[in-house]
Design a protein around this ligand. Structure first.
Ligand code: CMC
Length: 390
């Protein structure tokens, strides 16, 4: 092309330098700030991972405590935000509300609009991590016509989210530690994934100096698509459609005939097992065991489907392996989380990734507005034709 390279879908373009997350797609490895995801999923918790992603280092005991305190004491949203919700149709999809409400935070926290000041950026980051679970739970409660529950700041981040989702004014929600841990793990696994479509969207939006709430709303909008964050929802629908192990062969034939895709399989970067999928499969097993659902037909069907696909030349040749979303939907469903909330939970978890990238970009003194070029393939120059002559 002479002046620039043509790379639709950015298969071979690095859009930035980053110190946050590293993926080795060939080996199927994922690291946050150098720490393997397996170790973080086993030993850390979501808030500690947030601190790590945002600051580059694991916190000391004191830093960890201060950070948790700060996050858990900014979980309330302005009371007026409750009236903002009332403008939505009563049966709105929670993701539709998420895009709108998170964008609207710019109107509530106007001091966060001046992003040139790193202190303001810091407060905006705290606000987003603190308030996103509150907003996510409000979206769910509104969509089912239930009253909003105020946060309980003495609970852990994940337990508080489950409380806001499931408690009622007359009945408290008693968090089951196995289920809280499973949710926390889902949040850890989804916290960041370098320059995926939604993170690139946040960076691009932020490159113009747009405010962080507007940028995260843009990320949420991008995440909503079925090829990205909508996949976990699509996996459950697919398992329902397949119905039983007897139908797997026929279903796989349809994939090979390219009539539809095997959802939860394949990844732009991983050409090996997605390490998050292995952790999720294990978590799925633990949760079902805890709930006495070890014979869960969906889990069995998913494992059988995985096994058959992994031994089929179509998938082997294309290096298609299960990704994180293959099992996460089954875990979320076991936690009683409705399918319409799956992508919302992904957005909740990914918020820390989005704002860490946003801040990393703005902290770079060389930062420029993101502005791709194009190959123009439209009409050549031509003269205007008056409407009477067309
Ligand atoms: N089922 C069947 N065939 C597939 C699949 C699949 N899930 N994914 C890729 N292929 C085939 C595709 O048809 C193509 O074959 P051919 O060379 O014969 O045309 C080849 O594999 C390469 O596919 P591609 O579409 O060029 O690959 P991509 O890197 O552009 O797409 C993807 C990556 C994730 C969009 C794709 O694998 C996909 O659609 N997967 C299903 C949806 C999904 O599970 N998404 C979640 C991704 S992980 C979480 C997240 O990032 O949000």
């Amino acid at each position: 092309t002479g002046m620039f390279t043509f790379d639709p879908g950015f298969l071979a373009t690095a859009s930035c330098e980053s110190k946050i997350t590293f993926i080795d797609g060939d080996l199927g490895q994922l690291y946050y700030r150098g720490y393997p995801i397996e170790q973080l999923a086993e030993h850390s918790d979501y808030l500690e991972c947030c601190y790590l992603l945002m600051n580059g280092e694991l916190p000391t005991a004191k830093q960890r405590e201060e950070f948790s305190y700060t996050i858990m004491h900014h979980t309330m949203v302005h009371e007026q935000l409750s009236s903002f919700f009332k403008g939505f149709r009563r049966d709105s999809h929670p993701m539709a509300m998420m895009v709108g409400v998170v964008g609207a935070l710019s109107a509530f926290y106007q001091d966060s609009l001046d992003i040139s000041n790193p202190d303001h950026r810091k407060v905006a980051k705290f606000r987003l991590i603190s308030k996103i679970p509150t907003i996510a739970a409000m979206c769910f409660r509104y969509s089912i016509g239930a009253p909003f529950m105020y946060p309980r700041n003495n609970l852990s981040y994940s337990a508080n989210f489950l409380h806001m989702m499931f408690a009622t004014p007359c009945e408290p929600y008693e968090p089951n530690p196995v289920l809280v841990r499973a949710l926390d793990r889902i949040l850890i696994l989804h916290a960041d994934h370098e320059q995926n479509a939604s993170t690139s969207t946040v960076r691009l939006a932020g490159s113009s100096g747009a405010n962080p709430f507007a940028c995260v709303a843009a990320g949420i909008a991008c995440l909503w698509g079925p090829a990205h964050g909508g996949a976990n929802e699509a996996v459950l629908k697919m398992l329902d459609e397949i119905g039983s192990e007897d139908n797997i062969e026929e279903f796989i034939q349809g994939v090979k005939d390219k009539r539809y895709r095997l959802m939860g399989f394949g990844h732009r970067v991983y050409k090996n097992m997605d390490p998050r999928a292995s952790i999720m499969r294990e978590t799925c097993h633990d949760v079902l065991q805890e709930l006495g659902l070890h014979d869960d037909p969906k889990f069995k069907l998913a494992m059988k489907l995985e096994q058959i696909a992994l031994s089929d030349p179509y998938f082997v040749e294309r290096k298609l392996y299960p990704n994180v979303d293959f099992y996460s939907g089954i875990v979320l469903a076991a936690l009683n989380i409705p399918v319409s909330m799956f992508t919302v939970i992904f957005a909740l978890a990914r918020t820390v990734g989005w704002i860490s990238h946003w801040d990393e970009m703005l902290s770079d003194p060389q930062q420029k507005i993101g502005r791709p070029r194009q190959l123009y393939t439209g009409a050549p120059r031509r003269d205007y034709v008056p409407v009477t002559k067309r």
